[in-house]
Every structure is written in structure tokens, then in C-alpha cells.
Design a protein around this ligand. Structure first.
Ligand code: RB5
Length: 142
């Protein structure tokens, strides 16, 4: 699967860990955003990059990381067709796919550890949309 991932400076280190994790699993990764954790890089710019990859069809799923995940998820959700879910645990990552057909997973590097983040990513990428009663609601968002 082609995955776009972007972060600001606060999410840089977690993003590096997630990129390695995704590559080990055989995914193709579009790695976007901050070039280090030292230089400030706006979550607004990072969010726009991952949202653009999704909306242009360059990636099938996205991962967006900032300090809390809040700012970057707000930015991603400004773009039509993006359903970005800020998740704190595997249950949220699973339901974001099953009920909301979320296409971007947002996480906070200051909120979750690497191991939990990897588990959320795996869940988010493997789960599918349930459709049915959830389809009408998701369509209604647009
Ligand atoms: C950067 O310090 C921080 O504000 C940002 O990563 C994020 O948490 C914003 O929502």
C-alpha cells in the first residue's frame, strides 16, 4: 500500500520510527514534513502535505503526526474528502476505519509511545470500512 506520512518538528522522531515500521512491512512510503526535531516546522504545512497526497490519489492512506495530533488533524480535515481521525488507542484506530472510513490516522507524539503508535498504524491499515448504516453518514459529511 502507498502511505503518505507527514509531521511537524514535534512529531519528527515518532515519524522516523513509523516510516521504518511501514517499510519493514513492505509499504511504499511518501515521507513528508519536518527534516529534524530541532527546527520549528508548522503542523499546518505538514497536514496540508499529507492531505494533498490523499486527495490527489498519490496515496491510499495517510498518517499525520504533531505533538498532540490535534493541530494536524484539524488541518487535514479542512480538505474535502479527507476524514482524519485523531486516535489514542487501537480501539479508536479500528473504529475510525470500520465506522468512519477514515483515510488519515492522526497521532500525538507527546501523547503516545512508539509501540502503541505502531499498533495503531497496523490496525488502521488492516481494518476495512463496515459500510451499511455507516455509509449514509459518511456520505452525508461530504
Ligand atoms: C508544536 O509545539 C505543537 O504545538 C504541535 O506539535 C501540536 O501539538 C499542535 O497541535
Amino acid at each position: 500500500m502507498v502511505i503518505s506520512i507527514a509531521s511537524d518538528h514535534a512529531g519528527y522522531e515518532l515519524r522516523q520510527a513509523i516510516v521504518s515500521h511501514l517499510e519493514q512491512k513492505g509499504h511504499q512510503v511518501l515521507d513528508r514534513g519536518a527534516l529534524s526535531s530541532k527546527e520549528p516546522y508548522s503542523y499546518v504545512q505538514a497536514g496540508r502535505l499529507v492531505a494533498k497526497d490523499l486527495s490527489e490519489g498519490s496515496a491510499e492512506r495517510g498518517i499525520a503526526i504533531c505533538g498532540t495530533g490535534i493541530g494536524i488533524s484539524i488541518v487535514c480535515n479542512k480538505k474535502r474528502g479527507i476524514r482524519c481521525a485523531l486516535c489514542l488507542n487501537e480501539c479508536m484506530a479500528r473504529l475510525a476505519r470500520q465506522h468512519n472510513d477514515a483515510n488519515i490516522l492522526a497521532m500525538g507524539a507527546r501523547v503516545v509511545g512508539v509501540s502503541l503508535a505502531e499498533s495503531m498504524v497496523d490496525t488502521f491499515l488492516s481494518e476495512t470500512f463496515d459500510g451499511g448504516r455507516h455509509r449514509e453518514r459518511v456520505d452525508d459529511i461530504e
